[in-house]
Design a protein around this ligand. Structure first.
Ligand code: AOF
Ligand code: ZN
Length: 351
């Protein structure tokens, strides 16, 4: 039996939980009966709710899974957390074979789930579509192994890398289809982050449950659209913060280095605040300064050329004299949102 197709299905199911499972992983599960007919599917829908394996197995009430196979993108858990161990339920239900995409990186589980299954006489097949499963849970893996927030960045630029003219004209560089995709991307992340310059220049709404604004001098107007919804965290370096503000706005002081808020401090603060992932959507200066920290970039490109050097660039935070000092990336995907494209790329280790 080829399990790749079924693992793809697990990944698709898992994605239905996108935006709702943090700090937990995205997990999908498929159950086959002893004749390898698909009899149930499940996924982890929301933090605190049933794990994917439990979701799929609890839908089966007549024992038809007995002697069957369970396919799941993440090793079944072995611990009592918000729910009892999935490995125990799989054993109880008489499953004979478990097919797994990746081992759990959570140290409480890490191999213990597989051991429990094997000790109960279950055949375990590992690493099916392993790379795809690792990518699906890249945020969870960074959180668990590095104890850091996952930093993504989105930009939308012309072919010559410009995001606005010198007087701020930027609506719209990319197509409506591309801008719809941005909404899908945003949902994957716990928070979005921007700078005071972007708030002042564009007055964006940036619909999201958590928004982070870097505003060293507290220059932004609290009546700006961005402040009108969601939970907002403003990082700044002032001694005094506005006294009468709405309950959804929180001010956090941060140290300054070279006239800029210290990003290292800010990112570690986000992790302390249980913000497991953030999407930066800002101008060239914050984008450029964040390059040292980014884990992933979504870069929309519109087939336009400004041919004007005074236009604002999507990454613009320093001067280099040697091309070998550039930041290097590996392009992972090229998607089309006609007439635009989206490049998704990851930093090389030396950045
Ligand atoms: C999930 N969903 O489908 C699977 C998970 O906080 P708890 O009790 O829900 O446990 C979370 C841990 O369980 C998580 O870090 C991971 O190690 C394991 N597996 N978690 O949220 C799932 N299979
Ligand atoms: Zn579990």
């Amino acid at each position: 039996m080829q399990y790749e197709e079924l693992m793809k299905k697990c990944i698709e199911l898992a994605k239905q939980g996108e935006g709702n499972t943090s700090p937990n992983p995205l997990v999908g599960c498929v159950v086959l009966d002893k004749n390898e007919n698909l009899i149930s599917t499940g996924f982890h829908a929301k933090y605190g709710q049933n794990h994917a394996e439990r979701d799929a197995l609890l839908k089966l009430k007549n024992g038809e899974e007995h002697g069957g196979t369970l396919i799941v993108n993440l090793e079944p858990c072995s611990h009592y957390g918000k729910t009892p161990p999935c490995a125990d339920l799989i054993i109880e239900r008489g499953i004979k074979k478990v097919v797994i995409g990746m081992r759990d990186v959570n140290p409480i589980v890490a191999g213990n789930g597989i051991k429990k299954l094997k000790d109960a006489g279950i055949e375990v097949v590992e690493n099916v579509l392993n790379n795809e499963c690792l990518k699906l849970n890249e945020v969870f893996i960074k959180n668990m192994t590095k104890h850091k927030t996952f930093i993504a960045l989105k930009t939308a630029a012309t072919l010559d890398g410009k995001i606005a003219t010198s007087n701020g004209s930027s609506k719209w560089i990319t197509s409506e289809e591309a801008r719809e995709e941005v909404k899908v991307i945003r949902k994957r992340y716990d928070a979005i982050m921007t700078s005071s310059s972007t708030v002042i220049a564009d007055n964006p709404v940036m619909l999201h449950r958590t928004k982070i604004i870097l505003d060293r001098e507290l220059k932004t107007d609290l009546k700006s659209k961005i402040y009108q919804s969601g939970e907002i965290i403003v990082f700044h370096s002032q001694d005094k913060v506005p006294s009468q503000t709405a309950k959804n706005i929180k001010f956090i002081p941060a140290p300054v280095e070279d006239n800029k808020l210290n990003l290292e401090f800010i990112f570690s603060k986000l992790y302390e605040l249980n913000i497991m992932s953030v999407l930066i959507e800002s101008g060239g200066v914050l984008n450029g300064n964040a390059l040292k920290y980014v884990d992933k970039i979504y870069h929309f490109i519109a087939p336009k050329i400004t041919a004007d050097n005074s236009c604002l660039s999507c990454f613009n935070s320093r001067q280099i004299n040697d091309i070998n000092s550039s930041y290097d990336f590996k392009i992972d995907r090229i998607d089309s949102y006609p007439p635009d494209i989206l490049l998704t790329y990851y930093p090389m280790a030396n950045n």
